[in-house]
Write a protein that binds this ligand. Structure first.
Ligand code: HEM
Length: 404
């Protein structure tokens, strides 16, 4: 759930996006004097039906990391860790300091829309003796022919996503989460990302990715009737009682997708636009209109060919082409310097949310894997799938309904 302006607009990832920081509930800054700017004061609620960081508008900075439970740590240690992590997330998201030995990194700043989101990987359930309560939706993703996955940077027992509109606030939360892990869990992998900063554009817009494309336009919107059903597990579903703890939760697919930017940049503008099926500058479909105009997939050009090519990314990934399969894409861009091949080690920390990966990511990626025009310019380098439980009620910690 969200508080303040972000709550009123709900999700703002798409064309209407980014309006979160116009007004905000006064935060309690952890230091400094005077009142905070709107960006600094913007605060997202920790408690609620949903965990924060799913329908929260994209933040400027992100840290995404997975932990493995330490040898010997089981359900009891995992429960204590989730309790510590939840308390830290609650405090920091409210603009308070950590409960013990705060590092001071975020002093003077407000919460800056900080969110901390927690999930459980497939292996978590063996480690904690809870396999009977592991939903089938968490079964490992199938292999895709174009995958070039690094197992070291994939999966993990526990997953944490941190987002904030300030780099220091985000890093402060990262350090606190790492320190809380103590002897119970160790970092398996970590990735750092970014998006547009609030205020960078004249008015709130859909963000761009590192290929320069407007990215996020056709995301499912909270105003749509089937939004909840597509993105969140039903709160009181017909499923077995052992899986009731996931009611109101969501599944996150997380992939480090490197962009082959040197190759991409060699393409002409027209070629780049054919790859996606949209105008690069405006994000409008090649069949005309504005960014929010629907794609006209049937339109034939003067050359007798489809105006939006058969292998255009936006055609292949559209729900109508995939039996209605849909997901909420909420990524960060990443840039980790120069790779061994001399090209930028940069791309998209692709994070997508859905009620069931078999009705979201999997069928769409299967199709993209078979011949998406974008495939020649990207490489999937890591993969994770996590069960992200519902938001905690007052006094509850995240995952309590599974672990208590
Ligand atoms: C749409 C870029 C990977 C699923 C788009 C659009 C762009 C884009 C520019 C059009 C604007 C929009 O509607 O957001 C990229 C890039 C990727 C990537 C650069 C990799 C680096 C993926 C993957 C999936 C995916 C891995 C899922 C398996 C979708 C979907 C749409 C979309 C569902 C909306 C289609 C529609 O309903 O019109 N993507 N994408 N994308 N993409 Fe991707």
């Amino acid at each position: 759930g969200t508080v303040g302006a972000a709550g009123a607009t709900g999700l703002a990832l798409g064309a209407t996006g980014g309006a979160l920081v116009q007004s905000a509930i006064a935060a309690t800054p952890s230091g400094g004097t005077g009142s905070l700017s709107a960006v600094g004061a913007a605060r997202v609620a920790f408690h609620g039906e949903r965990q924060a960081g799913i329908t929260t508008p994209l933040q400027a900075k992100g840290h995404v990391l997975a932990f493995d439970l330490a040898p010997g740590a089981g359900r009891k240690e995992a429960a204590a860790l989730m309790r510590r992590w939840s308390e830290t997330a609650r405090r920091l998201m409210a603009g308070e300091t950590a409960a013990t030995a705060d590092t001071g990194i975020a002093l003077d700043a407000g919460p800056c829309s900080l969110t901390v989101t927690f999930g459980f990987g497939h292996s978590f359930f063996e480690r904690t003796g809870l396999t009977a309560r592991r939903p089938a939706a968490l079964d490992p993703l199938p292999d895709f022919s174009s995958d070039r996955l690094d197992p070291q940077r994939s999966n993990g027992d526990l997953w944490v996503q941190i987002g904030a509109d300030d780099g220091l606030v985000a890093f402060h939360a990262l350090r606190a989460i790492q320190k809380d892990a103590g002897d119970a869990a160790r970092v398996r992998w970590q990735m750092d990302g970014f998006n547009r900063s609030p205020g960078a554009t004249a008015s709130p817009m859909t963000s761009r990715n590192l290929m320069g494309q407007v990215d996020g336009t056709n995301n499912p919107k909270p105003s749509e009737a089937d939004f909840e059903k597509r993105i969140f597990v039903p709160a009181a579903g017909p499923g077995p009682a052992e899986h009731a703890w996931m009611g109101g939760g969501s599944y996150a697919v997380v992939r480090r997708i490197r962009m082959l930017l040197d190759e991409w940049d060699k393409q002409s503008l027209a070629q780049q636009e054919q790859v996606i099926g949209r105008n690069k500058a405006t994000g409008a479909p090649l069949t005309g209109g504005s960014e929010t105009t629907a794609l006209d997939l049937d339109k034939i050009g003067p050359d007798g060919k489809a105006v939006i090519p058969a292998n255009a990314h936006a055609r292949i990934s559209a729900p109508a082409q995939n039996g209605g399969a849909a997901m909420l894409r909420r990524p960060f861009s990443f840039h980790d310097g120069t790779a061994e091949d001399g090209a930028p080690d940069a791309g998209l920390l692709f994070i997508c949310w859905q009620a069931d990966p078999l009705r979201g990511f999997v069928p769409v990626q299967r199709k993209l894997d078979r011949g998406d025009a974008l495939s020649a310019f990207i490489r999937h380098e890591s993969s994770g799938l996590y069960a992200v439980p519902p938001g905690p009620r007052d006094g509850e910690y995240v995952g309590q309904r599974l672990l208590e």
